[in-house]
Write a protein that binds this ligand. Sequence first.
Ligand code: SF4
Length: 178
Amino acid sequence: MFKKTIIESTGKSPWLFHINAGSCNGCDIEIVSVLTPRYDAERVGFKLVGSPRHADIAVVSGPVTKQSLPRVLRTLEQIPEPRCIVTCGSCPQSGNVFRDSYSVCGPLSKYVHVDVDIAGCTPKPEAIMDGLLLAAQILAEKKKTGNQEATLPNPYAPEKTAEEAKPAEEKTEEKGEA
Ligand code: SF4
């Protein structure tokens, strides 16, 4: 099932680029374990690449610190469309224990359209695999429809508050008005 979805998604294996936006490294260790022999995401086609220009899916961990934000946004822009943005762990989704810290300006959805949220602190490798599969399906949808904001329901995502559910542009406008 994994392989079929992946082949339908892009006609090639979806390549991943991992961005650490100030993570404690817990999520990053789990991302690595997904890529190592026990879970072996490569066996179904997911491949970690060293350049965002070669990637289809960005996996972002960490609460998005003020220092990392410009680099994160610049890196995300370098991923060619159609692209999928996945947040790994509670930090990029809500700030988690770092929320309202002086150095944190997340969640990531304040700045860009996020396609898949993988919940947990840390998320289990199985949850990361499920999130990546969902990202591959969304990628297929984006390719088919040409809609860069195409989405599918994510059974694993945490419930969002009304504020968090607003589209990225609305939030940026509100920020500009303030
Ligand atoms: S979600 Fe948890 S494990 Fe992941 S970066 Fe944040 S604090 Fe660390």
